[in-house]
Write a protein that binds this ligand. Sequence first.
Ligand SMILES: Cc1cc2nc3c(=O)[nH]c(=O)nc-3n(C[C@H](O)[C@H](O)[C@H](O)COP(=O)(O)OP(=O)(O)OC[C@H]3O[C@@H](n4cnc5c(N)ncnc54)[C@H](O)[C@@H]3O)c2cc1C
Length: 373
Amino acid sequence: MRGYDVIVIGGGPAGSSAAYYASKNGLKVLILEKYKVPRFKLCAGCISKRITPYLPEGWERFVLNRIKGGILGYGGREEFELSTDEEVAYITDRVEFDTFLLEKAQGKGADFVDECEVLGFETEGGKYRVITSKGNFHADFIVGADGFYSKTAQALGYKKDKFFKALEFFTRGDLSEKVMIDIGLVRRGYAWIFPKGENLSVGTACTQRGDLKRVLTEYSRLKGVKPEGRMYGWYIPYIEKDGDVFYGKDRVLLVGDAANLTDPLLGEGIYYAVRSGKLAAQALAVSPSKPTEQYRKLLKDLVSELVYAGKIARLGYKFQKVAYTMSKKGILKSYYDLLLGKTSYKDLYRKGFVYFLRELVKEYASFYNYFWR
Ligand SMILES: Cc1cc2nc3c(=O)[nH]c(=O)nc-3n(C[C@H](O)[C@H](O)[C@H](O)COP(=O)(O)OP(=O)(O)OC[C@H]3O[C@@H](n4cnc5c(N)ncnc54)[C@H](O)[C@@H]3O)c2cc1C
């Protein structure tokens, strides 16, 4: 039975990255994408600068805005701004960016079929038979890159239970080189206004139950931006501990949102999608007999980073005013260093913890004085 070395299910950044690097490593790869490409993906499209060493050449052509700082707000009313000389992030259009990544994977030799929904897979003669809306395909390995509702993960018995609910709309407006993020609006989440070329992406993401439409409408009113067209909703998974990661089983590896590899603080997913795609390809090259074990080892640092991001998120969202004050006093600058790849969540957590406790005590002391003196 002839077939492929690897079938990648899903043509988002995680799938394209896995296919790009697996093809580069000499494997025969097939990418199967459910929708016709170019396809829409709901996303603010912000990529941190630390992703750039992992992107194929030519990505700069798809940058709509170069981010040189941000505005952090509290409750949609208070805010402060911190600019940088260096670009810390870039805004992309996901339709164009994802198409570019797919073309780059094909440029390395990967085959691609769109409008091809994967319905399931089974083992057959030592290979996988992947069953799709366009017939069956065979391969030695599968990389599940099929996003939040990953059928590949479901087939392996995984069930998602940690995720942000997000609501976003696009409208006219100009923020140019800045992004705006507001905390203090929802219990465990935030709202944002990002530039999108000469337009704006406005949204909110929250891990708790709540009326996001009401939050986003009120936030837009406070910021003076008018929703145009409809609001779109989608989900962002995240991890808080190693046990939340869906690594995969046997010769099936999961990457990106399918594996829950997304930042629990702000829901940044593209960086982790691209990196996990690359590491999955590396695992297949280094250890074809035990790829999931190898993949787990290769992901160790990335997962550890996300676990520390989770610790920061838990504290930050529980005490949002303290997080805001700390950001004003220097933590936002450290976060820019993280986006640049100059520091890690682990360092931020370790250095910030004592500082956090001090600010927490001050906050509660002033609260006590206000009410009891
Ligand atoms: C509102 C919102 C805003 C966001 N903003 C940002 C941001 O600014 N920056 C950032 O880094 N992250 C952001 N994210 C997160 C980011 O979009 C994801 O983490 C990222 O897209 C994950 O990439 P992926 O390749 O794993 O999955 P996806 O991009 O979801 O790609 C999965 C692909 O698999 C395909 N697929 C699904 N099922 C099948 C099937 N059965 N057969 C074949 N193909 C299938 C899908 O059609 C899709 O093309 C945001 C998310 C949301 C919801």
